[in-house]
Design a protein around this ligand. Structure first.
Ligand code: ATP
Length: 275
């Protein structure tokens, strides 16, 4: 394992009641830009409060799948259903574009690998957080600023930086700000694409610890794309392994990493152990 694993203790195994209705369900989902480029035949169920890691080599289709699951890229075939409340489900690609946008705004968080892809560069840190509240109907300036201050503290950013522009922040701070902007509206489901990629190992460890605490505290369901098995081990209850656009193995994190069954997963796990 990398240094990262030794700096953050692994999360406790949790089981999810399969009797509960899935929050997100994908059936026979495919999106290929060209043969072998994208993903095909993906089935998946995610339960409330569950963290699912999608792992696999570069180009295996992880980001494309994440975009489709989060309503940002229509599949060529298959369905994605989101459970609005017990017994009420929305088919993400059968509702109108406006309905899908509003569903995403109210229920999903989307954390990009490069924080500036998810932040507005010409808006202050406080404004970046407050904007999300305004999009969800908040109007009282004082309350919005108070929430922004609370969330800056929650993601360990000095509240005195509230009026500073995100471009004056370090990469780690920008990523924490992007997380605050996403979580301020208490989404039920958050999609993360390599949220610790491109950061120093010590910054990664701090960020991972923060993400793990927030996920537990807010009981978030998360789909996280990572090529780093240590990140998956620390955060995820379940892992899905992708190779060339196909899911080759999935299961509880400890089972997949400690007893990998598919030769490709065995290769991934053994290559990490040799580092
Ligand atoms: N907009 C696009 N148009 C055409 N091909 C694309 C597009 N986006 C991605 N691809 C191709 O689809 C395949 C899967 O890409 P994807 O980004 O989903 O993989 P990934 O597993 O997330 O890789 P990485 O870990 O490097 O981000 C790659 O071959 C990629 O080049």
């Amino acid at each position: 394992m990398t240094n990262l694993a030794s700096q953050v203790a692994p999360s406790k195994p949790v089981t999810f009641s399969q009797a509960e209705q899935a929050l997100l369900e994908a059936q026979d989902l495919s999106m290929l830009y060209a043969p072998g480029k994208g993903f095909e035949g993906v089935d998946l169920s995610l339960y409330p409060g569950e963290v699912l890691a999608i792992v696999g080599e570069s180009g295996s289709g992880k980001t494309t799948l994440l975009k489709t699951l989060s309503g940002r890229l229509a599949p060529q075939s298959g369905s994605v259903n989101y459970c609005l409340e017990e017994g009420q489900t929305a088919a993400l690609y059968q509702i109108s574009e406006a309905e899908r946008r509003s569903l995403i705004r109210a229920n999903f968080g989307i954390v990009h690998q490069h924080p500036m892809d998810g932040l507005r560069p010409r808006v202050s840190a406080g404004g970046n957080i407050g904007e999300r509240l305004m999009e969800n109907g908040w109007r009282n300036y004082q309350q919005i600023r108070e929430q922004a201050l609370t969330w800056l503290k929650a993601v360990e950013i000095d509240p005195s930086r509230i009026d500073d522009m995100p471009l004056t922040f370090s990469g780690g701070m920008q990523q924490r700000l992007q997380i605050a902007r996403n979580l301020v509206t208490h989404p039920k489901l958050v999609f993360m694409d390599e949220p610790t990629g491109g950061l120093d190992v010590s910054v990664q460890a701090r960020l991972l610890d923060l993400i793990r605490n927030l996920v537990t505290e807010l009981q978030l369901a998360v789909v996280i794309v990572t090529h780093d098995l240590a990140v998956a081990r620390l955060l995820a209850h379940r892992i899905m392994v992708m190779k060339q656009g196909q899911v080759v193995e999935s299961g509880l994190t400890d089972r997949v990493l400690d007893d990998p069954r598919h030769p490709y997963t065995q290769l991934l796990v053994s290559s990490v152990l040799q580092q």
